[in-house]
Design a protein around this ligand. Structure first.
Ligand code: SAM
Length: 202
């Protein structure tokens, strides 16, 4: 079997987790789709949980699980109102999913992540930089917020200045922050060229 590789942000998060062991329970917010990133943590011995707002994306992830004979525990849920008890998780991440929330909704989701994360737990998040090549695609409806149309469906994307997401993390310690600026090609076949990665601790 060909070994599967994952986006470098996830390997980096695992490196931080290894030097910050709490429990082995991890949550992915926006976990659906045909290539669920939770599989990486499953392969590394974690007890995995995921939520996604879209039934279609959950079905795609379920198909992946069936084809690979693994169980990731992805259920329907909104990261603005996470359906788990407080302090339940040692680790939480959201890989290119929070980018679909408005800035107000992002603040709400990050407060929810704070609630479900145990003290000392870690979280890995990424945001779109205003230097991403698609930032100018459409007009901003609010500063840094762009609505694009896909057929009849409208989708929001939020873009940030370099230090802007720091403002979400008053309750956390910021352990790591990276601006990943791709000069040729794009980030892991996402089409994205500039991403802000964070690792934060409760
Ligand atoms: C670009 S996809 C990324 C999916 C996955 N993280 C990956 O890397 O393949 C964004 C995902 O976020 C989900 N999503 C959007 N808003 C959400 C919300 N408020 N709560 C939970 N999931 C959400 C979408 O349904 C979609 O599956």
């Amino acid at each position: 079997m060909i070994k599967k590789f994952y986006p470098s942000s996830l390997y980096n998060f695992l490196r931080f987790i290894q030097s910050n062991p709490v429990n082995k329970r991890i949550l992915d917010c926006g976990a659906g789709g045909p290539n669920p990133k939770l599989a990486f943590f499953y392969e590394n011995g974690f007890e995995t949980y995921g939520i996604d707002i879209s039934e279609n994306e959950i079905k795609d992830a379920d198909d992946y699980c069936k084809n690979h004979d693994i169980k990731l525990n992805i259920i329907k849920g909104d990261m603005r109102n996470i359906p788990f008890d407080s302090n339940f998780f040692g680790y939480v991440f959201s890989y290119l999913s929070m980018i679909h929330l408005s800035k107000n909704a992002t603040a709400q989701a990050i407060n929810e992540i704070y609630r479900v994360l145990m003290k000392g737990g870690l979280c890995c998040l990424n945001f779109l930089s205003k230097d991403d090549k698609w930032f100018d695609e459409n007009e901003e409806t609010k500063p840094g917020e762009i609505i694009s149309k896909h057929g009849s469906k409208e989708e929001i994307h939020s873009y940030y200045d370099d230090d802007e997401p720091d403002g979400f993390f008053h309750n956390f310690d910021i352990l790591y922050k990276e601006k990943r600026h791709i000069l040729k090609g794009n980030y892991f076949n996402t089409g994205r060229t500039c991403i802000l990665d964070y690792i934060i601790k409760k």
